[in-house]
Design a protein around this ligand. Structure first.
Ligand code: GLP
Length: 270
């Protein structure tokens, strides 16, 4: 069962993540960070950039692996996850771009029809994560349907990185990045699998706002099911879910989570 931390706002969540990752990098300069796109992690990246700067932390050896990528978008498209990770993580944190990887990098925006190139890309990505020593801390957002990465409901909870079809709801949610035009949102993606994500040593999932409340309820207090892929976190030995009051509003054991966190010894960290 993940630890659930209820915070006032995204900035407070960001500071908790930043402290955890800054301490990791200090003790392990070549730490491997799992990276995510979406709006939920933005305050966390900003907080981490501040700590890195204020404490003069050397990030030159840090490695990064993003969760997912659209298929069929050129890498330099402003909404490709390649561009997004570069803009929101690599540049502000001062990471070495050569050490930051996104699942579609090897595909370079090649069309969905190019099965020959796409077929092996997922396994190669998982092998690259293993070769780097595995992910130390994986940051996650969550879709309104309980997806993590782009593992839509129905995803195998043991899956590796592979091609998936996006559900209509996710394309509608993400149309805001494509001139509010769902037709511009790609239909397919390549995403770390739930099995890949579960191999990270520490998972930190962030969710804010009422729109995420039902997905958070199912993730934390529902049954473990491929139809809420994030519910696999219940099986992870070290998962932390940080939510605001609105995203926590449907949790029936909210009082207990608050009590447990308030009484947690500071030395434990997250
Ligand atoms: C996309 C990403 C997910 C992200 C989700 C939620 O579908 N592939 O990794 O968690 O959006 O995004 P947001 O944090 O903006 O709500």
């Amino acid at each position: 069962m993940p630890e659930i931390i209820i915070v006032k706002n995204e900035a407070e969540a960001g500071e908790i993540y930043a402290r955890c990752v800054a301490d990791l990098i200090k003790s392990k300069p070549n730490a491997v960070l799992g990276l995510a796109t979406g709006s939920s992690p933005l305050a966390a990246y900003q907080a981490l950039a501040k700590v890195i700067d204020a404490e003069g932390i050397d990030v030159s050896q840090v490695q990064g692996f993003a969760l997912d990528e659209y298929l069929g978008l050129p890498l330099d498209h402003p909404e490709s996850y390649h561009s997004t990770i570069n803009r929101t993580v690599t540049a502000p944190l001062g990471l070495d771009p050569a050490k930051v990887h996104v699942p579609g990098d090897a595909l370079g925006g090649c069309p969905l029809e190019d099965g020959e190139r796409i077929a092996d890309a997922g396994a190669a990505y998982d092998a690259a994560i293993e070769a780097a020593g595995g992910i130390d801390v994986q940051i996650l957002g969550i879709g309104t349907d309980g997806h993590v990465g782009f593992n839509e409901p129905g995803s195998s909870l043991a899956s590796g990185t592979r091609v998936k079809t996006l559900v209509e709801q996710t394309r509608a949610d993400n149309a805001r990045f494509f001139d509010d035009d769902i037709n511009q949102v790609p239909t397919h993606c390549i995403t770390q699998g739930i099995g890949t994500i579960m191999r990270a040593r520490h998972l930190v999932l962030l969710a804010f706002g009422k729109g995420k409340a039902e997905a958070i309820r199912q993730t934390c207090e529902g049954g473990i099911s491929a139809f809420c892929p994030a519910s696999a976190l219940q099986m992870h030995p070290h998962a932390t879910i940080i939510v605001d009051e609105a995203a926590a509003s449907k949790l029936s054991h909210k009082d207990y989570y608050e009590y447990a966190y308030a009484h947690k010894p500071a030395w434990q960290g997250i």
